[in-house]
Ligand binder design. Sequence first.
Ligand code: SAM
Length: 367
Amino acid sequence: MSGVREEEAVPVRSGQGGLIPAQPGPGAGESARKEEPAVDTGSAEPLGSGSGSGSGTGTDGTADSVIAGAGPVARPGERSTVRLRDGDPEEAPRYAPEWLRLREDADAVARASELLDPLRIRLANLPGRAGGLVVHDLGCGTGSMGRWLAPRLDGAQHWILHDRDPYLLHFAAVASPRSASDGSRVTVETRRGDIARLTPDALAGASLVTASALLDVLTREEIETLAEACAGAGCPALLTLSVAGRVELAPGDPLDAEIAEAFNAHQRRSGLLGPDAVTVACEAFAERGATVRLHPSPWRLGSAEAELTEQWLRGWVGAAVEQRPELRDRAERYLHDRLAACAAGTLRVTVHHSDLLALPRPRGGTR
Ligand SMILES: C[S@@+](CC[C@H](N)C(=O)[O-])C[C@H]1O[C@@H](n2cnc3c(N)ncnc32)[C@H](O)[C@@H]1O
């Protein structure tokens, strides 16, 4: 594909620690689709005092039943940490803050820091840079992207955190980054809304658009809307940690490939792009004149990441079984063995992701 470069990954460990409370998501009946005005961080509650209710998802390593679902799932009788689009087709999936917290350190290690220098160069040359950067983080969840990136960029920054889930926006606001790499001030506001309705106007004045673990849960139309809005606003986009559809487990199991295939098919349900998202995004940005760089950003999970690996396994296998129910009996055995290896510290998992940096043609006089 023209204008797209893929580079080698060199994982970098982050010094940032997430401060998200371990509370499950909001009640299943709440709708997250309505727009509401921006909220600034001043009125947010302190960490740990959020309004979540119900029990958390247990991760004691004892249960090994296959539970249908996408992403991490709970044990029988507990609420899934990720809701699916299969009940009410109008209801969007919800992400539990505890799952986002669980993955934050692995995400930080995986992120492609190699894309930062080209980004910094572009940002340094922005007209109007002296007034500080304005960064829009789309699908911010609890804000892990900002906690990672803000302290790696120089100068004053104002982050506008977008998500359709107000509960996650609350946590993003209270655990927002406070200072840039040179000590400059970082301020944050939150905006509730759907990326499907993003317009260039919404990004007016933006220096940068970011997203993390988002592209693969979008549709082609949503990615084209995103690329169009970025192109219209003339701002770069750093879109990280999109699933690549490839997973490696060691030691191997004869069922690995079948589970992986069923999981990928599950990700592509209902028009979502899953592992095709990065290709679609590359094309969408390149067609609008941007130079696109890709870099691998894999999770490399070993014994130190057992809790994350366990939750990821449950979700991965559960989604595969939901997609292909005839796998259930074999998948029960598979998950049992995988969880035992995880608990014993002998399982290694690589979950491949890609980070994408899209740099639009510079436009004179705009930011
Ligand atoms: C997998 S989570 C990633 C959250 C966060 N970026 C991170 O890396 O931890 C995906 C996030 O995107 C949000 N999201 C998904 N589709 C969206 C849409 N169409 N409009 C707005 N937010 C969306 C979800 O609510 C969720 O917070």
